[in-house]
Write a protein that binds this ligand. Structure first.
Ligand code: NAD
Length: 260
């Protein structure tokens, strides 16, 4: 492991590791989107310092929790919609487009990777996607706008028109089962990569945080970019503490100023 303060030495090391690698897989957390104006969970001012998450069990048990969950979803979706992908999202899309990365695994639900140019089939969303909704029983898809209109008109949490099950936004809430397909695809990418680039994850949420460990055990190098230390810095090739955007701007200067 090597940990550095920001400076040319560490950037040179990051450039070298990226250029030596043929199959780069990024694993991203909320920290990749803070520079797009979306708060993360654990930083000062982050979501957890203001509101307690509604668990899956609370959603299932109470109408009040369901309505509150929807209210927060609509509010956050407006924040996601107004946000723009930043240089880190663009850099990962660029690596995939260049054929140097088979895909990106994300814990995020904000949709910024795809809006940053990443092909949707190259993205594994471990915690779902806030721009979609589905019935928890039969998985029928629903449009969020239509749900918002229904709640405004009826004043209660919507039920599936086919089977009567609860409709919920397609994110994985605390206490909800992880999606099997996405977990499988994430571990496949972890096993096939030669470098795993962890961007903006506190690596404290399981089982998602085990993805970089699987990559490491399968022989990949680990590079971690984060504002603060993470539990896997010790086993990484390079753990670089600093702002993701400023760091990647030094590696991908051609992407500065580009946006979608
Ligand atoms: P987290 O909030 O636990 O950790 C984010 C990490 O990124 C922190 O260690 C923080 O210090 C670091 N960070 C923040 N901004 C940074 C920057 N500009 N440069 C470098 N480092 C920065 O997030 P997590 O590990 O992704 O886990 C929280 C869960 O919350 C996720 O699973 C996700 O589903 C959900 N979430 C998603 C979003 C989103 O979609 N944008 C936002 C908040 C939470």
């Amino acid at each position: 492991m090597a940990a550095f303060e920001s400076g040319n030495g560490e950037l040179g090391e990051l450039r070298r590791l990226l250029s030596e690698s043929q199959r780069i897989v990024a694993f991203t957390g909320a920290g990749i989107s803070t520079e797009s104006g979306i708060p993360d969970f654990r930083s000062p001012g982050g979501i957890w310092s203001r509101i307690k998450p509604i668990t899956f069990q609370e959603f299932m048990a109470s109408e009040e929790a369901r309505l509150e969950d929807w209210r927060r979803r609509f509010e956050m979706n407006r924040v996601y919609g107004d946000a723009r992908p930043n240089i880190a999202h663009l850099a990962l899309a660029h690596l995939v487009a260049e054929g140097r990365s088979p895909g990106v695994v994300t814990q995020n639900i904000d949709g910024l990777h795809v809006r940053g140019g990443l092909a949707p089939e190259r993205l594994v969303e471990l915690h779902g996607n806030a721009t979609r909704a589905h019935c928890l029983a039969c998985r029928r898809h629903y449009e969020l706008d239509a749900i918002e209109d229904r709640i405004a008109a009826e004043g209660r949490a919507p039920r599936c028109e086919d089977c009567g099950g609860f409709i919920k936004s397609a994110i994985v809430s605390f206490g909800e089962q992880m999606p099997e397909d996405e977990m499988r695809r994430a571990f496949e990418l972890a096993e096939e990569c030669d470098l795993m680039l962890v961007l903006g994850s506190s690596l404290q949420v399981q089982p998602a945080a085990s993805v970089p460990l699987v990559a490491k055990r399968a022989g990949a190098r680990l590079v971690i970019l984060n504002r603060e230390a993470t539990p896997l810095d010790e086993v990484s090739e390079l753990a670089l503490q600093g702002e993701i955007g400023a760091t990647l701007a030094g590696v991908f200067p051609q992407l500065i100023g580009e946006h979608h």
